[in-house]
Design a protein around this ligand. Structure first.
Ligand code: NAD
Ligand code: MG
Length: 391
């Protein structure tokens, strides 16, 4: 028994990169996952269910649930499928915290449900905040839910904000690794393949976020994510490349001081902090930071004319309303097309920029209008591909 065995959590997206690392943290500290969910990786989900014996596991579809039910018939684990079951996992009364580790907008409904249930939400899944930040944060406020960021940059900012008073915050430093194509020109990026983009220098992540890191879309999404998490205006966020991914982000205060958080690039630190906040404990498997060995920390301004996704997100943040949702939807569509080899790396940026400039969206933000803007972004991506084919 550990001091954490009383802590029970739901892990939404337990088979993904963040989900697996969350379960590693659970193993380290003895935290009990009481619900696990996945889209369709039955083999891994079964293995996780056997190890942790959660009360509930959820998959995307009924047909998947039937075979998992058979596989887990000798255990007390309940198996369910579909959006309703996913919301049940997100609101399970036994779970104090919910880890949001689904990728993309698929995570919106369960995150809203967890907020409505007043849960503490350890949130990695950035797309719901980008698209529906107004709704998610309002729901959390109304129901006393606390969102603790898991995204390493936002975890860093969250930690650094403890170093001063909110009214003395001047601006936020949002660091970016620059990804595998840092320093490359548009000409050099013309022939980039999905395999090239999936090789990230510092972080090991799911496919979508890895492509987003290569295009700097990830930083653009994080820019908008930071606005909602910390109630900031676009002009209060400065993106700087930090090649080694050691300075995870920080806060500039009124006196010019920058308080930044540093650490080895390993998501388990941020995940564990979100689950044990405000306490800190050793994170198993993460080596200590050895600055002398790293030698130098280098910083640079991002190249927005090559990595247009970052500029498009910053512009969407300024335009506000439903534009972040549309840009995010367009990017989800674009990344899927790129991974299928249907559009080029540079076209992801063109497509996202095009969605920002060409879509006409209403002002009112409701769940329905956010979903429509998201769908309009995805449709824009499909059209882009169709037009490209007929060129
Ligand atoms: P991943 O692709 O490795 O895993 C995604 C998880 O979501 C899987 O468990 C999958 O089964 C589930 N899922 C996917 N589609 C689903 C759907 N339609 N319905 C239900 N479940 C679905 O992704 P990841 O790298 O773990 O990233 C998860 C989220 O965390 C993303 O939003 C990402 O931007 C964010 N994030 C990731 C990292 C990282 O290091 N991986 C860092 C910061 C933030
Ligand atoms: Mg991040």
């Amino acid at each position: 028994m550990s001091e954490f065995s009383e802590i029970a959590i739901s892990v939404l997206g337990s088979t993904g990169s963040i989900g697996r690392q969350t379960l590693d943290v659970c193993r380290n500290l003895g935290i009990r996952p009481v619900a696990l969910t996945a889209h369709s990786n039955l083999q891994l989900l079964e293995k996780q269910a056997r190890e942790f014996l959660p009360q509930l596991v959820v998959v995307a579809e009924e047909s998947l649930a039937s075979s998992l039910k058979v596989a887990l018939a000798d255990t007390p684990v309940q198996v369910k499928a579909g959006p309703q079951a996913l919301e049940e996992a997100a609101t399970l009364p036994q779970a104090q915290s919910v880890v949001g580790a689904i990728v993309g907008m698929a995570g919106l409904a369960p995150v809203l449900a967890a907020a409505k249930a007043g849960k503490t939400i350890a949130l990695a899944n950035k797309e719901p905040l980008v698209s529906a930040g107004a709704l998610v944060t309002q729901m959390a406020r109304e129901h006393g839910a606390r969102i603790i960021p898991v995204d390493s940059e936002h975890s860093a900012i969250f930690q650094c904000l403890h170093g001063g008073e909110r009214r003395d915050v001047a601006k936020i430093l949002l660091t970016a690794s620059g990804g595998p194509f840092f320093g490359k020109s548009r000409e050099e990026l013309k022939a980039v393949t999905a395999a090239d983009a999936l090789r990230h220098p510092n972080w090991s992540m799911g496919a979508k976020v890895t492509v987003d890191s290569a295009t700097l879309m990830n930083k653009g999404l994080e820019f908008i994510e930071a606005m909602w998490l910390f109630d900031l205006a676009p002009d209060q966020i400065e993106v700087v490349i930090q090649r080694q991914s050691i300075v995870h982000s920080g806060v500039f205060f009124a006196d010019g001081s920058l308080i930044a958080q540093m650490g080895v690039p390993d998501m388990r630190t941020a995940i564990q902090y979100a689950l044990t906040y405000p306490r800190r404990y050793p994170v198993r498997g993460v080596p200590p930071l050895n600055l002398a060995q790293i030698g130098a920390l280098t910083f640079a301004t991002p190249d927005r004319s090559t990595f247009t996704c970052l500029a498009a997100c910053e512009a969407a943040a300024r335009k506000g309303g439903l534009y972040p949702a549309a840009v995010n939807g367009a990017n989800e569509g674009a990344v899927a097309l790129f991974l299928e080899g249907k559009i080029t790396f540079l076209e992801i940026g063109e497509l996202v920029q095009g969605a920002l400039e060409e879509l006409n969206l209403p002002r009112e933000i409701t769940l329905a209008s956010v979903l429509e803007a998201d769908a309009a972004g995805r449709e824009y991506a499909r059209q882009f591909y169709r037009n490209r084919g007929s060129k």
